[in-house]
Design a protein around this ligand. Sequence first.
Ligand code: GDP
Ligand code: IMO
Ligand code: MG
Length: 438
Amino acid sequence: MSKNVVIIGTQWGDEGKGKVVDLITDKAKCVVRFQGGHNAGHTLVINGKKTVLHLIPSGILRDNVQCMIGHGVVLSLPALMKEMRELEDAGVNAKDRLKISHGCPLILPHHIALDSAREIKRGKSAIGTTGNGIGPAYEDKVARRGLKVADLLDERLFAEKLREVMDYHNFALKLYYNHKEANFQETFDEAMMQAEVVRPMICDVTAEIHNMIANNENILFEGAQGALLDIDQGTYPFVTSSNTTSGGAVTGSGAGVLDMDEVVGIVKAYTTRVGGGPFPTELIYDMATDTGDAIGKELGTVGHEFGATTGRQRRCGWLDIVTLKRSLKLNSVSSICLTKLDVLDNIDTIKICIAYELDGTQTINPPFTSEGYERAKPVYIEMPGWKTSTIGTKSYDALPKNAQDYIKKIEELTEVSIDIISTGPDRDETLVLKHPFN
Ligand code: GDP
Ligand code: IMO
Ligand code: MG
């Protein structure tokens, strides 16, 4: 029996999706990305060698795996070219195994200019985007004026549509934002050059998926970002502009709701967030001045918590069961993969947030707004740490008793079973108790 598995981040991204997708792709025919763009940074470590992927699905390092970019992804051609070149330099031929949906909206230079202009205008309330033009590209899609990959195939029509949309955005860039405009001719020439490279990869990804399903092949759907960054369900407006939740795997790929057999939710053993927005369990630490919370510093240092895309310091804090439980429900998570357990190895007492105190009352429900989240004070339970290295532990029984108790407590609080435990960045440093494709 074939299976289709969705993998999503359950927190604010960077849970370790890339590592897990690569790992369990040993049993998949194909990996499909279905939302986001090159705002994602997915890190794979194989025998100590690190690869960071942004747009290309995390199955690409396995020779026999097909990779597809579904129409839910906003595509930057320069970012794709760069990533393919880097893979080629490392001896991986992405071109032959990568297919791109004709329906992907294109990220163009005016989107990047708008992203930056909007962030500058927001000032102190900036979202802290990756600056990659993600939001403005999705806006153009929803506004029904965006250019798609298929438009690259007709030079005359492409020029016509591009001129119209650029006139519109350049007007705002110049007169509203007082920002440098994007140049039509440069944009057009560059896009046409890159179109030649991607032309052979463009196809009807939806039809390819339907064929694979008909042929009983296993497909893995790879999410980007995390559920708390979802445009509809996240901590709005401090979110990304796509549906990062498992429903996005359907709308962004063309598979049907009933085609999905399992949803693996990646849960970091603590919480991180990069960019602005509320974070109730944050242990505030500033690396630039080396001031703030000592455990916040420990998590960030031991966990190497720096953005894989922008290099920014990630904010760190305790595991938050309030947002996690909501996230598991939103995504129909059927199985948890717990990552970065080893990062807690040296901590004396570990806290888990089980409720919020909000405006004088205790609640287990997420607040309605970002302002509500800002006022929410976490209510914690405490667990003793294990003070032993768990890196690369080879069996569940070999994990320290207190680490087993921490895992069991998360299962008890979330009512979802933890089937994969990651104790290091390397592909090998993982305990697969139950393989999602089995
Ligand atoms: P993604 O965006 O969800 O794919 O995650 P990122 O790659 O942005 O961030 C996860 C980081 O943690 C990467 O540097 C990984 O190499 C690393 N990582 C993943 N799993 C583990 C783990 O279990 N332990 C440790 N120490 N690092 C891990
Ligand atoms: P992966 O797939 C963590 C955050 C940005 C910002 C907000 C909006 O590696 O988990 P955007 O550029 O998307 O408009 O920025 O979303 N963000 C991420 N944070 N991991 C990511 O991807 C992210 N992609 C976007 O920092 O707060
Ligand atoms: Mg990442």
